[in-house]
Write a protein that binds this ligand. Structure first.
Ligand SMILES: O=P(O)(O)OC[C@H]1O[C@H](OP(=O)(O)OP(=O)(O)O)[C@H](O)[C@@H]1O
Ligand SMILES: O=c1cc[nH]c(=O)[nH]1
Ligand SMILES: [Mg+2]
Length: 210
């Protein structure tokens, strides 16, 4: 399986806090931001470096810098927006592409309603962000849009993944690495991840009606 579960203590601690049943919108949003930053650190671990010579304070010096890679961060609306600033903390010059999808509550199929991509996708690494990978329908639809636009290097960064969604993405797109804080147990009859986080979009945007 092409999945990395980040076991770093800070990641696991913050994920645990996110699972609290009656968590406030403010706390959920803050933890999502912090967790996204840590997951982005892991997702960028294989970015290639190159040596360049610069003028240092005591003369020319060889330093390492990230090798000409262009990045686009791709939040899946709505909930992916909650992770965006955390990822941009680490890759502040990244360009942002946006994909709007919602899950039909009965069929669980993704329904597209918006997309706007940056240029030169064939030269960019795309980091797709969404807190939840449930059936995998939304992630696969986003990956397909990116590939259709020429994107060749894609990573999926999610806070929580279900085995069903990981299988769906791995089967359709074995080249796409999934980086997550947790591989949870299963999906319930409504397509929610168990134990999961509940409805991440509602919790980030404050639209949950408990
Ligand atoms: O893997 P899947 O089965 O496709 O489910 C995951 C999707 O469902 C949620 O979005 P939702 O449809 O609730 O939209 P929202 O972000 O606007 O709340 C979540 O943020 C993912 O995008
Ligand atoms: O568990 C789930 C599944 C889909 N979307 C969510 O927000 N949570
Ligand atoms: Mg939602």
């Amino acid at each position: 399986m092409n999945i990395t579960v980040v076991k770093h203590p800070l990641v696991q601690h913050k994920l645990g806090l996110l699972r609290e049943g009656d968590i406030s919108t403010m706390k959920f949003r803050q933890l999502t931001h912090e967790l996204a930053r840590l997951l982005a650190y892991e997702a960028t671990r294989d970015f290639e470096l190159e040596s360049v010579t610069i003028d240092g304070w005591c003369g020319p010096i060889d330093i390492e810098q990230i090798k000409g890679k262009k990045v686009t961060v791709v939040p899946i609306l709505r909930a992916g927006i909650g992770m965006l600033d955390g990822v941009l903390d680490l890759v502040p010059s990244a360009k942002i592409s946006v994909v709007g999808l919602y899950r039909n509550e009965e069929t669980l199929e993704p329904v597209p309603y918006f997309d706007k991509f940056v240029d030169s996708l064939d030269e960019r690494i795309a980091i797709v962000i969404d807190p939840m990978l449930a059936t995998g329908g939304s992630m696969n639809a986003t990956i397909e849009l990116l590939k259709r636009k020429g994107c060749k290097q894609i990573k999926a960064v999610v806070m929580v993944a279900a085995p069903e969604g990981v299988k769906a993405v791995n089967d359709a797109h074995p080249d796409v690495e999934i980086v997550t804080a947790s591989l949870d147990s299963h999906l319930n009859e409504n397509g929610y991840i168990i134990p999961g986080l509940g409805d991440a979009g509602d919790k980030i945007f404050g639209t949950k009606h408990a």
